[in-house]
Ligand binder design. Structure first.
Ligand SMILES: [Zn+2]
Length: 287
């Protein structure tokens, strides 16, 4: 899972660490399909301006999916195992989910087990979930995400549309027919997910919100951090107070013990491991 010889890297502590080259696009089916889909999707108001990054053999990050606050959008991940594909988050719109599924289909046979991990319950990470549910994916999330989707899921789309001041027509055009459902599997702590001879480690990492999971893929040394880690902006801390921020710092310190080459933050550009300390320092400054 570490065919890194084809990945051009920019050695930077905090900037983009991986740069997909034109020649790489012609070799990688997911990147090639993402290129060819640009004209199909680029005018959709709910997609944003996504970029697909190859982090290893069968390991991808997608940055810049639509977010109601504008740039830099929201991120997601895709990891292929043997006969399995795992999606990590699904964007803030149905079309974001459709786009993620479409690019992954470049490597899918139709027979694999499909899993969607929701890093937490916020709209920008879950609103595309029906695309996966309708196609038979098993959805995994924390108990608190399950509770939220069960208790608040029916009103969540209208809540977001109201918060943004969108007309019903605007909400329809951007978000699409959002349909939220309870996860198939819930976890309330760390969890090892076996994916066809490979594994992903789900780490319970509360702080941003109490439902937060991060996903570590040892095979590619990638941390899909959800909103436990931000790049290019301070972490969104107003869902908690000092107690939650201390918990969050502790979780980031735990992530710092992992062998990491690439961090996929919930928002912003891909980063190196040093992004963990940047987020710790931001949170410490609040205390
Ligand atoms: Zn987010």
């Amino acid at each position: 899972m570490r065919a890194r010889h084809v990945v051009a890297r920019v050695l930077s502590g905090l900037g983009p660490v991986l740069l997909a080259t034109a020649s790489l696009h012609s070799q990688d089916p997911v990147l090639a399909l993402a290129d060819s889909l640009k004209s199909t999707y680029e005018k959709h108001p709910g997609l944003g301006d996504p970029t697909v990054h190859r982090l290893g053999d069968g390991v991808y990050a997608v940055t810049g999916l639509f977010h109601s606050s504008g740039d830099p959008g929201v991120n997601a991940g895709i990891v292929f195992g043997q006969d399995t594909v795992v999606f990590i988050d699904c964007g803030m719109s149905v079309v974001s989910g459709q786009y993620l599924w479409a690019i992954a289909s470049a490597r899918m046979t139709g027979d694999e087990t499909v899993i969607l991990v929701l890093t937490h319950h916020h709209s920008d990470h879950v609103f595309g979930m029906s695309v996966f549910k309708e196609r038979g994916a098993r959805i995994i999330a924390h108990d608190v995400t399950a509770w939220f989707l069960r208790e608040r899921g029916a009103e969540y789309r209208a809540f977001i549309a109201n918060m943004e001041g969108w007309t019903p027509e605007t909400a329809d055009s951007i978000l699409g027919d959002v349909s939220l459902s309870e996860p198939d599997v819930t976890v309330n702590g760390d969890y090892v997910l076996s994916v066809g001879g490979d594994e992903l480690r789900l780490l319970f990492a509360p702080g941003h919100v109490p439902s937060e999971l991060v996903v570590y893929h040892p095979g590619s040394r990638t941390l899909f951090a959800g909103d436990a880690i931000y790049e290019g902006m301070p972490p969104t801390a107003h869902f908690g107070g000092p107690a939650e921020w201390r918990t969050w710092i502790g979780q980031l310190q735990r992530m710092g013990e992992l062998d990491i080459e690439a961090v996929v933050p919930g928002h912003g550009r891909l980063g190196a491991k040093a992004l963990i300390d940047v987020n710790i320092n931001h949170l410490r400054s609040l205390l």
